[in-house]
Design a binder for this molecule. Structure first.
Ligand code: PXP
Length: 249
């Protein structure tokens, strides 16, 4: 029986991090997006943060204009970002929590606490034809509320699991189960299920065993591997790992 496909969204934020470390225009994150697509990426993800520490407004505009695959615009649910998203009209918006002092997105969105704001926010994006994804921890209450506020997709936060795996912590198995159970709950609520944060070749291969996940969004590890093998090769190896995982029985 053929296995269900799995998409790889390549997050290019940290190409922009390297560019911004020096100032100027290089390396160009849009060139990275083209290279990732050429190597088999199914989409491109970029996070426009409030402090513009990596991706900038002009990068988003160029990505939207130049790339031929779906653009997943990661952002906080603020009025400023809503205005930019409605202007750029990406394929999807992934709403994430954002704290200025954090180094990366540290936790999932609290959809339960923010339900009335998120319901209205999601409605405006959907009205513009933009798919709405919520980045959440694999918690039953968050998943149920994601559906109620009108999301199309949930992206389950894999950061905790990946950290436990890297630390060889025995609690990793329980966190993996939480992800699998969360994916099942989300799919049965009618949500498309994605995953992301901290994934590497090994964790992406293992999570791909679960056919409920249809997309992984991966950035930091791929940009790190690109230093050694080139971005195209890193993307090819990641897709191969995901497909190996998919075929596992
Ligand atoms: N998905 C979301 C919602 C994120 O915030 C991030 C980090 O920007 C990622 C995926 C990618 O995580 P990583 O860079 O660790 O692969």
């Amino acid at each position: 029986m053929p296995f269900p496909p799995i998409r790889l969204g390549v997050n290019i934020d940290h190409v922009a991090t390297v560019r911004n470390a020096r100032g100027g225009l290089l390396p160009d994150p849009v060139r990275a997006a083209h290279a990732a697509i050429e190597a088999g990426a199914d989409g491109i993800t970029a996070h426009l943060r409030e402090d513009r520490r990596h991706i900038r407004d002009a990068d988003m505009e160029r990505l939207r204009a130049e790339i031929a695959r779906p653009l997943n615009f990661e952002m906080a649910a603020t009025e400023e970002m809503l205005g930019i998203a409605l202007k750029i009209r990406p394929h999807a918006c992934c709403l994430v929590p954002e704290k200025r002092e954090e180094r990366t997105t540290e936790g999932g969105l609290d959809v339960v606490a923010g339900s009335s704001h998120l319901r209205e926010f999601a409605a405006q994006l959907r009205h513009a034809g933009i798919r709405v994804s919520l980045f959440i921890a694999p918690e039953p209450a968050q998943i149920a509320m994601a559906r109620q506020v009108g999301a199309d997709i949930v992206e389950l936060h894999t950061g905790t699991w990946c950290e436990l795996v890297a630390a060889h912590d025995a609690a990793a198995d329980a966190e993996y189960e939480r992800l699998i159970n969360g994916a099942a709950a989300a799919a049965s609520a009618g949500l498309e299920v994605h995953a992301g944060h901290g994934l590497d070749f090994r964790t992406a291969e293992k999570l791909a065993h679960c056919h409920t996940f249809v997309e992984f969004n991966i950035g930091h590890y791929l940009v790190g591997e690109a230093i050694f093998v080139g971005l195209g090769e890193a993307v090819r190896q990641m897709k191969a790992a995901m497909i190996r995982g998919r075929k596992f029985r």
